[in-house]
Every structure is written in C-alpha cells, then in structure tokens.
Design a protein. Structure first.
Length: 230
C-alpha cells in the first residue's frame, strides 16, 4: 500500500517537472504551482486535511472561578488528529494590568491573577497546520475579588512599593477591614458602602499615594464585588 502511494506522489512530481523547460521557465498548461503540488502530494500520500488544529482548554485553569490573589498555570493542548500536523501555535491572555491589556503566553506559563482585571479572562490560542488551515480558540476563566483577596492584594501592593504613602495604605486597610467585617456579618449593603469609601480614596490618591495602574485595578475589583452583589 505504501509503495502505491509513493508511486502516485512520484508521478505527480514527474508531471510537474515536465511543466518546465530547461531554463526553468514554465513550458505550458501541464505546469503545477508549488501550493498545488503540496496539496497533490498530501492527497497522494493519503492525507486529507480541511480543518484547523483542535485546541483543548484544560481545567484547571479554564472553566472555573479564581480569586484576585490566586496563582495558576496556563494549560492547553493542540492536535491536528490525522491531518497534516501542527505547524505553529501561539497564545495571548487579555485583561493584563489594564482593562484592555494583553501579553503573550504559552502552555505551562504562570498566571498571576493579581495582574489581571476581573470578570471573564481569555487566553486565545492560535494554531495552524502544514497546509494553511488555522483558527483561534478562546479559553476562558472567571476572576473575582473577595474581601480576603483585596486585603492580600493591598498588602502585596505595599510590599512591592506601589503604595508608598503609609497614611494612604493605613486608610485603605481600615476600609477593607470594615468591608470584611460587614461581609462576615452578612450586612452586604454596609459592606458595599465601605467598598464605596475604598473606591473614593483610591480615586483621590491614584498616581500620588498609590500607583495609578494598581489603583485602577483595585477600583475594578471593588466595583465587581458591588456589581455582583456578593
């Protein structure tokens, strides 16, 4: 069976060569272009590939909920099945540092949730096979803030030098302690009022007593809790 396929491929190659004169110029209608030749050779070798590679989004990290102080890793696989094979793959992750920020990522790469905006975060995987079939696959997970994750986020921001003003840090910390206290009591309306005060201080101090990018992300975290009614 393999001998028959090889013979077919050799015949196609021979016919394509007859389409050229000795000086390398095309000689007539028998000539076959390179792309056509590749397709014909694949068909002759028993390969029929009309679909892009398939991306599998692994769980974890996808299809689950993470807190803003969590860490995990990107996990996905790419297969072209019985097709021509995977030529290339790449990936980007969104909501990085800003609401519209992205960065390149890869299978096995670390995801630091602290650096991402809340709600749905997407890793878009692009894969292409050897005959030019390509496609984009979105792999999603949900990111949300909690009173505990906000406290951990604030402590990290101070440790990394993003809240250089101690008065600003202590003021934000006092508000988050109130947020957690009211949350644990189930008094969510009072909790959201405390989150509102937390947001107000961030808006007044961003770019001064706290790093601008970090402050904007913390505001998004607090607003997400209020919007979701948690």
């Amino acid at each position: 069976m393999r001998t028959s396929k090889t013979t077919d491929a050799q015949l196609i190659w021979s016919r394509s060569l007859r389409g050229f004169r000795g000086d390398g110029e095309r000689a007539g209608p028998a000539a076959v272009g390179l792309d056509d030749l590749v397709d014909l050779l694949l068909d002759a070798d028993g390969v029929s590939d009309g679909a892009a590679p398939v991306v599998t989004c692994e769980n974890p990290p996808f299809n689950r909920v993470w807190d803003t102080d969590d860490m995990t890793t990107v996990q996905f696989s790419v297969s072209d099945g019985s097709g021509s094979g995977v030529l290339s793959q790449s990936a980007i992750i969104n909501k990085f540092e800003t609401a519209t920020g992205t960065r390149a990522t890869f299978d096995g790469d670390a995801i630091d949730m602290y650096l991402h905006y809340p709600d749905t975060v997407t890793v878009t995987v692009t894969a292409e096979d050897f005959v030019g079939n390509s496609g984009d696959t979105p792999c999603n997970f949900e990111l949300e803030a909690t009173p505990d994750s906000l406290l951990n986020n604030l402590a990290r921001a101070q440790a990394e030098g993003d809240v250089p003003n101690p008065d600003v840090y202590n003021g934000l910390l006092d508000k988050l302690h109130q947020v957690k206290k009211q949350h644990n009591k189930g008094k969510h309306a009072t909790e959201w009022n405390a989150l509102g005060a937390f947001i107000d201080q961030l808006e007044g101090q961003r770019g001064k007593g706290i790093d601008l990018i970090v402050a904007n992300r913390f505001i998004a975290y607090a607003e997400e809790i209020i919007a979701e009614g948690r």
